[in-house]
Design a protein around this ligand. Structure first.
Ligand code: GLU
Length: 484
């Protein structure tokens, strides 16, 4: 049955490698809307086979962040379903079995080349100004011999036998067919020496086994699609239909990056963007409702949805636009709903019991509380009054800024945002800068609170949360970089 005639099943397949990305919510939205429009099923699959990049807290953050937006899925690791498991790390046997099928069909081969040999090949290719790639050394070796070496435990990978000539036609439903020559493709690794699959193999096997009919994903995966199409052919399977949504972009049109825009969904939650506004905004990325209508609900978007309304020019993730929409959503709320919304955000007991231990000793009367904790409730700070103090003796502003960004990177690489972790990372960072701790910590205090005196710094950062803290450190770094 052609994909278009089967019951619609779509999926998102995030890798749990960091904070929940706005791009994940964007792609989730289009999958969700399309599934709802078609009466189909929306699956969430966790692609966690790259153990070196996986982060323990990331999977739960993906669920939490997507739930916060208001999206939900019909099948997934957390909700189960008939096609599970939905976490790739629990599906290793499927990949092994399917690699076995390809080996038996002669569509794949074992490669015993060592890292040293591959490095030499690469150097040789560079010297000869040839395209880098595997030289197919093991491709024509006797498969029985390969099977024997493998059974003796010799380390190897399994590679796809990409046809040496011929064209591959990839049909993107939004762009039309693109033909590429298979000569441009490498004999892609399918199974790594640790027995785990690469993205390509796992993705194709799972999309097939989970009966996915429409692959709706970001444009950045388009270069992988020819390899996927070849894999479908090698297995003798019918491929799904492919839709590659245009990439979100910074205002300078570069691919959205945390250096230019906060990219974690949690940042937008923490600064008080309403989930409806966030979804509406993401719905405007690459898609237009029609009639210049910019404010619409999820239900309205489902109703009006059509692929013809997708435009491929890179949509700009424009914070002013998001704020503009958010304002409208706030103004739509009556005062009681607004009170509930604000309480659901940070003006609630859960948050106050984290903040109060940090400030109780600093207030004598309750009327001093709100001024004392103001920065626990704001997003960006105004540094004008403290800019002159934001410096490290004998260090140029731009170098101070650079160092602050290094601290941000170090904090980002860690799981969670507990005070002891922040303290450890910050102290190591101070040591590495060689600055006096007094100066370094004053700089951090000013960046994070906008004040010279504040409650214990690391606890304050922890309570403010990873998103707001990082954003303030980045803003301060940028300001100092500009100051020269
Ligand atoms: N694991 C990939 C990701 O992190 C999935 C891409 C796809 O949808 O095929 O986005």
């Amino acid at each position: 049955m052609p994909s278009s005639a089967r019951p619609v099943r779509v999926r998102i397949a995030p890798s749990p490698t960091g904070d929940p990305h706005v791009g994940t919510a964007y792609i989730a939205l289009f999958n969700y809307v399309f599934a709802k429009k078609q009466g189909g099923t929306f699956v969430l699959r966790i692609e966690d086979t790259d153990q070196s990049r996986a982060r323990g807290d990331s999977e739960q953050m993906i669920y939490d962040a997507l739930h916060w937006t208001g999206l939900s899925w019909d099948e997934g690791p957390d909700v189960g379903g008939p096609f599970g498991p939905y976490r790739q790390s629990e599906r290793a046997q499927h990949y092994k079995d399917h690699v076995g099928i390809l080996l038996a069909k002669g569509e794949a081969y074992r490669c015993f080349c060592t890292a040293e040999r591959l490095a030499k090949v690469r150097i040789q290719q560079q010297a000869e100004k040839k395209n880098p790639g595997y030289d197919r050394h093991c491709r024509d070796a006797d498969p029985a011999e390969g099977a024997r070496r493998a059974s003796e435990g010799e380390a190897h990978v399994v590679r796809m036998k990409v046809p040496l000539s011929g064209d591959i036609v990839v049909k993107d439903e939004l762009r039309g067919p693109v033909t590429i020559s298979s000569e441009q493709l490498d004999d892609q690794v399918l199974l790594k020496s640790d027995g785990l699959p690469t993205y390509h193999l796992a993705n194709v096997v799972d999309d097939h086994l989970m009966e996915i009919t429409h692959v709706i994903r970001a444009e950045e995966w388009i270069s992988s699609t020819p390899k996927h199409v070849l894999l479908y052919q090698a297995f003798g399977w019918e491929p799904p239909l492919f839709f590659h949504m245009p990439l979100l972009r910074n205002s300078d049109k570069s691919k959205i990056s945390k250096r230019k825009n906060p990219v974690s969904i949690n940042y937008y939650r923490d600064i008080g963007i309403l989930p409806q506004a966030m979804l509406n905004f993401l719905g405007l990325m690459g898609w237009s409702f029609g009639d210049d209508k910019e404010k619409f609900t999820l239900a309205e978007m489902i109703d009006a949805f059509a692929w013809e309304k997708v435009s491929l020019g890179g949509p700009v993730f424009n914070l002013e636009k998001l704020t503009w929409l958010n304002e409208k959503y706030i103004h739509d709320l009556d005062y009681s709903q607004l009170a509930d919304t604000v309480m659901g955000w940070r003006l609630n007991k859960d948050y106050l019991v984290k903040v109060l231990p940090l400030v109780r000793e600093r207030i004598k009367k309750l009327d001093e509380l709100v001024p004392a904790i103001e920065y626990f409730f704001s997003g960006d700070l105004d540094y004008t009054a403290v800019l002159a103090d934001m410096k490290v003796p004998d260090v140029a502003g731009k170098d101070v800024g650079k160092a602050l960004l290094e601290l941000v990177e170090k904090l980002e690489a860690k799981e969670g945002f507990a005070a002891p972790m922040i303290e450890e990372v910050s102290r190591q960072w101070v040591e590495a800068t060689g600055w006096k701790s007094k100066n370094a910590f004053m700089l951090l205090r000013l960046a994070v609170t906008g004040r010279k005196a504040s409650p214990p710094l690391f606890e304050t950062m922890s309570v403010l949360g990873k998103e707001i803290t990082r954003r303030r450190l980045r803003s301060a770094a940028e300001l100092l970089g500009k100051a020269g």
